[in-house]
Every structure is written in C-alpha cells, then in structure tokens.
Design a protein around this ligand. Sequence first.
Ligand code: MCA
Ligand code: AMP
Length: 510
Amino acid sequence: MERPAVVWGGRTYAFEELHGWANAHADRLRALGVRRGDRVAVFAETCPEIIATLVGHLEAGVIHVPINTRYRADEARHILEDSGAVAVLTGRPGDECNEVLEEILRNKRPPQLRHVITLPEVLPSSPSKQIFSSFSSSPKQRFPSGLPSDDDVAMLIYTSGTTGKSKGVALSYRALEENTRAMMDLWQFTETDRLVLALPLFHVHGLCLGAVGALLTGFTLLLEERFDAARVIDAFAHEGATAFMGVPTMYVRLLEYLEGHPETAAAFRKARLFTAGSAPLPAPDFVAFREKTGHAILERYGMSETLFTLSNPLDGERRPGTVGLPVPGCQVRLVDDEGREPAVGELGEIHVKGSGVMNGYWQRPGETAAAFRDGWFLTGDVARRDADGYVTIVGRSSVDIIKSGGFKISAREIEDVLRRHPAVKDAAVVGLPDRVWGQRIAAALVLEDAVRAEETGAVCEAVAAFAAEHLADFKKPREVRAVPELPRNALGKVQKHVLVKAFGSSSPAR
Ligand code: MCA
Ligand code: AMP
C-alpha cells in the first residue's frame, strides 16, 4: 500500500510518487548543468510540485531558494541576484508570480540566471515505473541525512533585517534535520498524522515544520494554496485532519468563522494538536479557542536564523502568553543591558545556540559576525523567564522590524520606497498594534513644500498607492499621515515611539 504524502485538490499523492517526481527533477537539473551548491529559486504558489522539487534539491545538493509569492519585481529580483540563482522554478501559466518574473526578465535578466522552468514541466504526467525504482519506504532514506554533507547549505530563506534589503539565511542540512526532528518528536508527530498546511512554503514555519516535518516523519500534508478558515474546518470534518499549524492571524480568522458558524466547532473535537508561532498569540485568543473547541493552542517561538527554539509542552501546561521552554538540542539564555542573566521576571534579550542555528547570512560575513557573540545568536527579541523556566516574549529591541500576519517587514525598506515618491521629502514607518494582524503598518510623511494643504489627503493616498506598486501587498502602509516634521531626539534619530503614540491604536476599516 502506497503511503499518502500530499492531499491536494481532491487527489492523494503517495510518497513514492513525490519521490519519483523529485528524482526526475534532479536528473533534469543535472542535465541542464546545475551542480551541487548551485542555487535554484522557487517563485510559485503552493502546489505539491514544490514539495517534490524540495526533495529533489535536497537529494542533489542544490540549494533551495524560495521567494515570497507576494513579492513584486524589485523584491524578487533582489533575491535572484543576491543568491546568484542559476535557475528559477515558476508556477502555472497565468500565475501572478509568472507575470512578475516576466517583468524582471524583460527589464534586465539577473546575470547568473540561466534557466526558467515551469513547475508543471517538472512532473511527468504519468511518471514511469523506472523513476520509482530507487525509492525505499524508510523515512530516513526519504530524506537522506548527511547527503551531501551535514554542514552544506540546504536552503536560503530571505528575511528582512533592520536595514533595507532582505538577507539570505543559510540553513544547513544538519539544522533542518536535527531541529525539525526535535520538533516532530516533541509534538509526537507520527505517520498517522494528517496536517492541514495552509502556511506559505517560502518561510520556515510552513517549509520546515510542515514540509520537511512530513518528509522526516512520514505524515500526510493536507495542502492548501492559501489559508481559508472554512477549508481548514472542512479538512477536520471530512478529510481526517489531525493537526493544524498557524500564525496568530489565522487563529483570529478561525475564531471569527466559529463565531459565525458555531456548529462547525464540532469538527475540531477529534483533532490531536493545534500549534501557533511566528508572532505572539494573544492570551484572549488562546482562551477563546479553548472555549470554542476544547483545544489549548500550543505556542512556540522561532526565527528564520535559528529555526525553532522554544515551545510549550505537548504534555504538561501550555501556558497562554508564553512560548514555553527550550526545545531539545537548543540552548536559550537571556541577557540584560549589562550583559548579565536577568533575575526571574526581569527583561533580557534572547540568545540562542544549538541545532537549528544558521550557518550565516549568505555572502555577508560582516553581518553574520555582528549577529553572534561568543557563539550565541542574538535574536533581538526581548523576553522574561518565569521561575519554572517558561519564557514570555515582550517585544523586540528594534522598532524597525514589524511583524504583520506572521510576515517580518523592514520599516527601512518601506521608507526607502516612500522617499522615492516626488512629493515626499521624508518618511518614517512604524508598526501599530492591531487585533487581527498583530501589527499594521503606518507611515508619517513630510511632504514637499509645493504640496498645498488641501491636496494633502490625495497626495497621501497617491503615495500609499505608489508603495503598493513597488512592494508586496502586505508591506503597504494602511495609515498614511502628513506631518510637518518627524519627531527627532537630540542626535537627530527619529523617535518612533512618539509616532506610534501619535497614530494611536484604534483599528481603522481595512
Ligand atoms: C495579507 N494581507 C496582509 C498580510 N497578508 N496584510 C498585512 N500583513 C499580512 N501578513 C492583506 C493583503 O495585502 C490584502 O490587502 C488583504 O490582506 C487580503 O489578502 P489575502 O491575500 O486574501 O490575505 P490572506 O490570504 O488571508 O493572508 C493572510 C495570511 C497570510 C494567511 C495570514 O498573511 C499568511 O499566510 N501569513 C503567514 C506568514 C508566515 O508563514 N510567516 C512565517 C514566517 P488588500 O485587501 O488591502 O489588498 S517564519 C517565522 O516567523 C518564524 C521562524 C516562526 O517562528 O515561525
Ligand atoms: P522571521 O524572521 O520571519 O523568521 O521571524 C522571526 C521573529 O518572529 C522572531 O524574531 C520573533 O520576533 C517573532 N516570533 C516568532 N514566534 C513568536 C512567538 N511565538 N511569539 C512572539 N514572537 C514570535
């Protein structure tokens, strides 16, 4: 009996089938001259083929470079150029990503990029028996550990920093395998699980815990192209789903749906596990979800640079508002401003050592060195620890990093685009607290003197539209205000906390 790997669009794909596709893809790359250590980008909406190509890349030693499918040309071009990708895999004809890629190629082809491969081409429509032959059903061989070499880079995950452009986080085979395996063991995933995966496959939450987790453990992915609350509930009601992983915004959406359709909550009763991460899960949402479904959401903490380092326990107390205890294989310390371990309940920055930590930022030795101290990765997240070790994240040391709906966003990157608009003299971007998104983006603009007072509203709207043209949709400022000048301290630094206060935290209609 073939074991189910992915359920997609009403069809079930067996591990054998995925593996066959993976081999065919790896052979094709080899035939095109793609070598071990070369980068291959993936710029396509979620589909089972992406999982197959991931396996192919891991087996061939090709570095997998996923690109956020919401990215516009400038953002995607940066990743293609920075990673030096020799090939890019694109989605089905008509996908928005394909149009963005065409725009990139039309303007100026990234110098290293030799091949554009559409994903449907990857898959022989009726795979021959021959390409199944090398498959062994042992999960270990499904994801060959130590091949090519444990410390080789397996993936580059692009992530925003405090400076403008995104950086590639180089994750090794060892990091992927050891940390993901630790998480799967901690949460007791087995081959009988069926995980609803509606997270994107271009960030480590969906890609590692979801896709790599399934490859290592042999559980089944109920794959969704995009998150839709009704579809998630349906998967539990009709497709035997046992688990769900989501960002907090997805839980807010699920709660809203359950509010409107209370009878559907029964579908969750038989579920085994709900986990949350990527942003803080508000304690009231934890409580509301438990009341409606009987499930205590298991919250954990991670970062592209470190993978997953803190988690509430599967058995034992899942404490709302906390991210729990260190994951096996990870060490976590808190360090205060004086460089000391703070007392219980006092604040410190989270530093991480251990299995999931990145090799470094791709071709950025200076930034890599600055991110570590004595072998510890400095996360920039500020937290406190209870007497029994549970960690609570209270914020970030930089106001220039915003998390919205689980996406990490650089305020500087948006400011750089806003300043390119001819009516803008200066700009400052902040994240405001938001019930649904965790944070939403607001921009304060100092407009050119020529802009008349009565034009201000229209100009602000035009500037927001300009930002939306050049940046992914989730980076668009949702509130834009003209200000006579930006609040600055004596050293000339913009005082962003003053701006956050000035905007207030009222949630406008979206
Ligand atoms: C969509 N919109 C957003 C976001 N997503 N606005 C702000 N922040 C967002 N994240 C806006 C769109 O621009 C659009 O606005 C409107 O919402 C509806 O768009 P739609 O595409 O329909 O939205 P959606 O499909 O419902 O997306 C919401 C989402 C998505 C499902 C929450 O953002 C998502 O998949 N987030 C997960 C990100 C993730 O995987 N993060 C993990 C990073 P308009 O109508 O004005 O055009 S890894 C990580 O953080 C670490 C390691 C960890 O610990 O996991
Ligand atoms: P990313 O760069 O997208 O990998 O995002 C990593 C960041 O997400 C971390 O540095 C934290 O700021 C945030 N994060 C992840 N999980 C949690 C959580 N459970 N609670 C609060 N913040 C989180």
